[in-house]
Design a protein around this ligand. Sequence first.
Ligand SMILES: C[S@@+](CC[C@H](N)C(=O)[O-])C[C@H]1O[C@@H](n2cnc3c(N)ncnc32)[C@H](O)[C@@H]1O
Length: 283
Amino acid sequence: MPEAKSRKRKRGKKTGSKPQIQQQKEIKSNDNTKAKHGGQSNELAAASKRPKPSSSSSFLDKMKARLAGGHFRMLNETLYTCTGGEAFNYFKEDPSLFNMYHAGYQEQMAHWPEQPVNVIIKWLKDHNRSFVVADFGCGDARLAKNVKNKVFSFDLISKDPSVIACDMSKTPLDSSTVDVAVFCLSLMGTDYPSYLNEAQRVLKPGGWLLIAEVKSRFDPITGGADPNKFVKAISELGFTSVLKDFSNKMFILFHFQKKEKRESSKSKAIEWPELKPCLYKRR
Ligand SMILES: C[S@@+](CC[C@H](N)C(=O)[O-])C[C@H]1O[C@@H](n2cnc3c(N)ncnc32)[C@H](O)[C@@H]1O
């Protein structure tokens, strides 16, 4: 690493001094040609040869954005193809990757006409303010920052003192203590049923499970999961389906309420549909 740094410094010096020397030469030759020919056209010709700082910096910005976009897509794909535990260890080793992921995520979300987290914030504002909320995969904890409810925010890395860093299949919450469990675009890991199991454990009977997910993940025509199979699996986990909303172009919303008692026998394994990774577009 130190070697790379010093090489960078040397290169910086070289490129930094060259244009200056060039400029001086141009000014000189301009003066000469002006003196010789007295024409304005020579000055214009020289100016057109000068490097344009604005275009080179915008090129650099473009390259930086392309590189950042590539990093984001790589991290995004990693999160969708590993378990929560693996993702937790991955970010723990290099927390800066989490910032990189979220910068790319915010960039992508800026192109969505509506943010699902805002729809959930509105739902919470329209309901009981004393509801205790658990935000599973909270990101920058926007939800907690925008409601008056008590919110427990969980993510792989804590970027805010209010966020608890953990793999959300194992939260530190006591059983039956939460009124609303939120998963907003966060059912990423291949072991996503373990996150829903955890929500079932911490929710009070009658508690709400709100899920927003990328629509393409539930489009069987393009290899997505059958939403009915997803709802069936969650019902077997001990929930009643209350709402399935397909009206938004980008995301799908599911609302469930926890049953007083789980009906399905423990011996019968729940058949969870596979949720395909959500691959964001290159921009
Ligand atoms: C696509 S972002 C959405 C963030 C936020 N919910 C929003 O809507 O803006 C998904 C978040 O879930 C987190 N996440 C994914 N798997 C997780 C896990 N097993 N445990 C904790 N957080 C997880 C990611 O780190 C990421 O911050």
